[in-house]
Design a protein around this ligand. Sequence first.
Ligand code: CO
Length: 465
Amino acid sequence: MKKVKLTETVLRDAQQSLMATRLPYADYEGILSDMDKAGYYSIECWGGATFDSCLRYLGEDPWERLRNLRKNLPNTKLQMLLRGQNLLGYKHYHDDVVEKFIQLSIKNGIDVIRIFDALNDFRNITTALESTKKYATKNTIASGCISYTQSPVHTVEKYIEMCKELKNMGFDTICLKDMAGTMSPYEAEHLIKGIKDAIGDMTLILHTHCTTGMAYMTLTKAIESGIDVIDCAASCFSGGTSQPSTETMYYALKQYGIETGLDEDIINKVNNFFKPVKQKYIDNGQLNPKSLATDAQALVYKVPGGMLSNMIANLTDMHAMDKFDAALAEIPKVRADLGYPPLVTPLSQMVGNQAVTNVLVGERYKNISKEVKNYIKGEYGNPPAPIDEALSKKVLGDDQPVDCRIEDCKRTGEEFTDAKEKLGELCRSEEDIMSYICYPDQTVKFLKDRKAKEENEAVYTIEAM
Ligand code: CO
C-alpha cells in the first residue's frame, strides 16, 4: 500500500505563521501526551522563530521548552528548523559555535534537524550537516532543505541539481521548502517527478503554505508524483499563511487508499484541544484574522506567511498600515535588485524591512540597512543572480564582494569564550551561552529575570519557614 507520512507543524510553523510565534509552552503541554500517540512522521516544535520568541516575548528558556517537549513526547520524532551557519539568529556564526549548538540540540531532545540556507548556498549548511552527523544518535535525521522560490534563474533543472548535491553531501532526507506557498500543482508535478528520478528512494518532503490558496492542489499533485512526507497543521491552526490541515489531508488520502499511519480519533482530539487556544489569541488580537485569509497576491509578491504577518505587525505599530500595499509592491523590486534571493529568514526580513524603508522614506535606498549592506558585500553567500549594478556600487564603491566562507566562520573559540565571560555569574550552562550568542540582549534580560525570580522565591521560602 502506498504511504505518505505527515509532519505536524502546529507547535512551530503554524503558530509562527499565524500569530508571530507567541504561543507559550504552557498553552499546549496538556495535549502533548496525546500528540505522542497520533502517528506523525515528526512534530515540528523547535527552532525557526520559537527560540527568539521564547527569550524575547515569552520569558521562557527555549532549551527548557525543548527538554519538556522531549519528556512529554518520548515516542515521536522532534523536529527543528535550522538556518545553517546562521543557526537561529541572523548572522554567520563560527564553526565551533554551530557544532556546539547542534550537539546541544540533539542532547536536549531534537531528532530531525532540517537545515537550510536562505540563498541555497550549500557552503553555509556544510558545518551544520557535519556536526549533525558527528553527534547523531540512532534517531537523528539530517534533512537538507531547499528554499523554493520562482525567478528567471530558479529552473526545474537547477532544483534537480541542488537535490543531487544534497544527496552527495550525505543528507538523510531532502525537503522542498515553499515558504511563500507559491508552488503551483503544475510546478510540483514537474519538480517532484524530476527530483525523484534523480535521487532514487531517498525520502522527499514537501513543506508549503496555504497563503495563495494553492497548497491542497499542490499537495495532491505532489502525492501523485511520489512525495513521501508532507507538512500539515491541526485544522484550526491551518490555512491562511499556515500549512494545509492535518485532518483534511488524512481524510482525502484515506479514500485514495494511501496510508498515513495517523490515528483518526487522536488527530481530531488534538484539533479540539487547540480550538479554544486559537480563540484566545484571536480575542486578544495576537492572531490577526488577516493571516487566515487566502491572498493570491502572494503569487506576484512571493511573500512568505511569517513575513506577511510580521509586516502587518510592524506597520500597525508604526501607524502606517496605509502604506501596506505600497510596501508589498516594493518587495519584488527590492528582490530583483538583490539578485532574486528566496524570501526566507533572514532574507525575508531584510528584503521586507528594506521595502518598508524605501516606501516610508519616500526614496529608494536612501537608507540601506546594515544587513542589506552586508548581503551586498557577500557576507551571506552568493546571490542566485547578480545584484543590481548601481546598488552594488553604492554599497561597495570600488571594493569587491567577500567570500562568504570568510575566515570568520573558520575561526574558533572566540565567540564562545567571549560570551561566557560577558555572561559571568548569570551563566549556568552551555545552553545559556548559546542563547546569548544568538540573542545577547534578550538572553541577558531573561537570565537576570530568572535570577531575580529565584532570589524572590528563596526569600519567600526563608520567610515562610
Ligand atoms: Co514554513
